[in-house]
Write a protein that binds this ligand. Structure first.
Ligand code: FES
Length: 323
């Protein structure tokens, strides 16, 4: 199954995981679900044509997916729909799993830093590390324990795997508490560890700055929101050709390829429209993309095989895409 294909699942479990977080157990309507790897996410259709991305938190099972959703009253509405309208027995349309935040199972040691709902992809990684008997340290930042989803599960995983697995909680909303010191995290672990971070943009930016001196292949981040400085698809005009449909369009300076395709009736799956989820990844047939996403690795960018058409543009005058 391609990541752009959708299928139906049924909600068979809903749990309150923290003050503002609910988890949803999604079971196949028939057969098995597509396989996934730790760190993967799926897209959930929350209204016609609108897909929201949620990390898979469970072990690598084929009979169910488990996602967790933070209720964001100031968001675009996807989380409110999940909290207020989805009930046991609801059918949801989802996309197959994608993983742009994979776990390196060959690492000497894994250090994971979560902020708030950023715990979700990292929880799946901890489950996998425990299953493989590998060592890990997990730094979990939240304001207070009541807002830390899956805290008890993480404590149980750490207890069961100690001393290979260790959980370090940083609740900076508690009296006298301080925030996580990332310099201490860097200094406190063997330099051949792999380091992961998922959480709010300020934590991610601080993490990227602190670990900038390490080889890039050992530093892994997954953004839920694009960094403030991100450029969202503006630049010089160029031509985009669709190799299978035989159509050609001009992409003006202030529009993205995705915008132009949608405006011209070319159906494309998309979600974040900020270059962070991977939903709109499209194969490049010819031309050199100007990559502006936060999904592809430096090697993937250099290969020019695919691009995120919601933000990335063209380094020359024309691109040909496999559409
Ligand atoms: Fe999310 Fe393009 S829609 S990367």
């Amino acid at each position: 199954m391609k990541s752009s294909e959708t299928f139906e699942v049924e909600v068979r479990g809903i749990r309150i995981e923290a003050e503002t977080v609910r988890s949803f157990e999604l079971w196949p309507v028939s057969g098995e679900l597509p396989a996934f790897t730790a760190g993967a996410h799926i897209g959930v259709q929350v209204s016609p044509g609108v897909i929201r991305q949620y990390s898979l938190t469970n072990a690598l099972e084929r009979h169910r997916y488990v996602i967790a959703v933070h209720r964001d009253a100031g968001g675009a509405g996807g989380s409110m729909y999940m909290h207020d309208s989805v009930t046991l027995g609801s059918r949801l349309t989802v996309t197959a799993p994608l993983n742009h935040f994979p776990l390196n199972e060959a690492a000497a040691h894994s250090v994971l830093v979560a902020g708030g709902i950023g715990v979700t992809p990292l929880l799946s990684m901890v489950r996998r590390l425990c299953e493989l008997g590998l060592s890990w340290d997990f730094y979990y930042c939240a304001r207070v324990p009541a807002r830390a989803a899956f805290l008890r599960e993480l404590e149980e995983l750490a207890t069961a795997s100690y001393p290979k697995g260790r959980l370090h909680c940083v609740f900076d909303g508690e009296p006298g508490a301080t925030s996580l010191n990332l310099d201490d995290v860097l200094a406190g672990h063997r330099s051949d560890s792999d380091f992961y971070c998922c959480g709010p943009v300020p934590l991610m930016d601080a993490f990227s700055a602190t670990f900038a001196g390490l080889p890039p292949e050992r530093v892994h981040v997954e953004y839920f929101k694009a960094p403030a400085a991100a450029t969202v698809g503006e630049g010089a005009a160029f031509t985009v050709r669709l190799s299978r449909q035989g159509k050609t369009f001009v992409v003006p300076p202030n529009r993205s390829i995705l915008d132009v395709l949608k405006e011209n009736g070319v159906p494309m799956l998309s979600s974040c429209q900020q270059g962070i989820c991977g939903t709109c990844e499209t194969r490049v047939v010819e031309g050199v993309p100007d990559h502006r996403d936060h999904v592809l690795t430096p090697e993937e960018r250099a290969s020019n095989q695919t691009m995120m058409i919601c933000v990335s543009r063209c380094k020359g005058e024309a691109l040909t895409l496999d559409i």
